[in-house]
Design a protein around this ligand. Structure first.
Ligand code: NDP
Length: 448
């Protein structure tokens, strides 16, 4: 018999927490998971999943237009935001139900309350109930950051964007990262006038420069406005409910909605971690070792709250590896090398491995291969939008060390190609593979 109420108490039922709970339970642990909001976490409830569904919805704007060039007699079509919103939200409900079933099926006790840590082995629930556990896992994710400025309360974040009563006609999106670029594409396709406000001079820091530049060029061509090196001063709300975004220099921008997409901070505030001596870094993230163990021996953390790589599949891997390590007798780490990622902008971009700049710094001599082409479908549709694939090769070993692309279906294509990059295949291996014609992906084996 254990001296504790549970072998594992998980705080946060998002991607990392649910995976860890389920696997630990499958290894025979007695598990409880506390969640103050909804089961599924950011990804399922207000992130990747509803976002991707909006992307699909947004794509119809162009598809319907293009269809005419392919012979379809498409009448003028209207778009109804509330229909898409409600269908997306009910899909989210369905998925939340599946997550709950998974926990139930694994006999994980689900506690729909906020939980805070009160010591290395103890947790207090909002209802006042105190619980002990041999191991505690913090999987509370991250929370949108809103920069301080007058009138910031008039803006929203990605937490609220899926619930809008109506689609804005004019939107200002603050930030130049993942969320900003994805929602710029979405709202632009829904017919909104989009202005992106970036404090610096580059979009999507961390991605390959050539690919980022192509996104900027296509976005500008589509009619998205950009304000670079812009310092926002304040947001005024007019009597009619519309907003006016003011800058330290330059003209103000009128908007119906301001969306802050300015990064996400690890969700550690008020969790009581200090009571157990859990150390945080300067960004408020829980410091962990390779096995997700914090500075308190009995407390672990996975996912965005550790700010290693804020990506759902990474949180899932971390949760799984933690459960195998602590409850499955299989001590193992997550391999962060060659993690592919994508931005579901319009068009989407994706990358794996080193960017050209990183490779030049690390390897010295590199070979760069690019294919800059107009996808066949775009040609017939009369759409002047070019795709760009870029391969980075270590000149000494011929090994492909990076692959970056922007164009239709780039994330789908890159996921498959990432296997080859992760496996350390060479440019010659790519060349030896016969092209699958006609496809966009064949460009990868035809790079000269
Ligand atoms: P990102 O880190 O991608 O981008 C943040 C942006 O906000 C940057 O352009 C940054 O500028 C800017 N910024 C930061 N602070 C300020 C400030 N005080 N004032 C003005 N601008 C500011 O964050 P997101 O919010 O877009 O997304 C959060 C995380 O969620 C991402 O890092 C990603 O890991 C994850 N995510 C992943 C997705 C995917 O996989 N497709 C989709 C959506 C989110 P600067 O470059 O100058 O720092």
């Amino acid at each position: 018999m254990s001296d504790y109420d549970f072998d594992l108490f998980v705080i946060g039922a998002g991607s990392g927490g649910v995976r860890a709970s389920r696997i630990a339970a499958a290894h025979g642990a007695k598990v409880a998971v506390a969640e103050e909001f909804r089961v599924g976490g950011t990804c399922v409830i207000r992130g990747c999943v509803p976002k991707k569904l909006l992307i699909y919805g947004a794509h119809f704007a162009e598809d319907l237009k293009d269809a005419r060039r392919f012979g379809w007699n498409v009448p003028d079509c209207g778009f109804e935001w509330t229909t898409l919103r409600d269908n997306v939200l009910s899909e989210v409900d369905r998925l939340e139900g599946l997550y709950k079933n998974t926990l139930d099926n694994h006999k994980v006790e689900m506690i729909a309350e906020r939980a805070t840590v009160t010591g290395p082995h103890s947790v207090k629930l909002a209802s006042g109930r105190e619980v002990s556990a041999k191991t505690i896992l913090i999987a509370t994710g991250a929370w949108p950051i809103i920069p301080e400025m007058e009138g910031a309360e008039h803006g929203i974040t990605s937490n609220e964007v899926f619930h809008l009563d109506e689609c804005p006609s004019r939107i200002v999106i603050v930030g130049g990262g993942y969320i900003a670029n994805e929602f710029a594409g979405i709202f632009h396709q829904f017919g909104a006038h989009v202005t992106m406000v970036n404090r610096g001079g580059t979009l999507l820091r961390g991605y390959d420069e050539t690919v980022r530049d192509r996104l900027l060029q296509i976005s500008t061509m589509k009619g998205i406005n950009f304000r670079f090196n812009a310092k926002m001063e304040k947001i005024d709300k007019n009597e009619d409910g519309t907003l006016c975004v003011r800058f330290e220099s330059g003209d103000p921008v009128a908007a119906d909605l301001v969306l802050f997409a300015t990064g996400r901070r690890p969700h550690t505030e008020g969790l009581g971690l200090e009571t157990a001596g859990v150390e945080l870094n300067d960004k408020g993230a829980i410091k962990v070792d390779d096995y997700s163990q914090s500075s308190c021996e009995s407390i672990y953390a996975v996912g965005d709250v550790t700010d290693r790589l804020q990506l759902t599949p990474v949180a899932i891997r971390e949760g799984h590896a933690f459960a195998d390590t602590v409850f499955g007798g299989n001590r193992r780490k997550v391999d962060y090398n060659c993690v592919p990622s994508a931005v579901f902008s319009h068009p989407p971009l994706a990358g794996v491995g080193m960017t050209e700049a990183e490779a030049r710094n690390k390897l010295g001599t590199v070979k760069i291969y690019t294919s800059d082409f107009r996808p066949m479908k775009n040609v017939l549709a009369g759409r002047d939008e070019r795709a760009l694939y870029k391969m980075i090769v270590d000149a000494t070993t011929d090994r492909v060390v990076g692959l970056h692309m922007i164009g239709p279906d780039a994330p789908e294509i890159l996921q498959a190609a990432a296997v080859a990059v992760k496996a350390g295949l060479t440019k010659q291996d790519f060349d030896d593979t016969v092209a699958l014609h006609p496809s966009m992906a064949e460009e990868l084996v035809l790079l000269k």
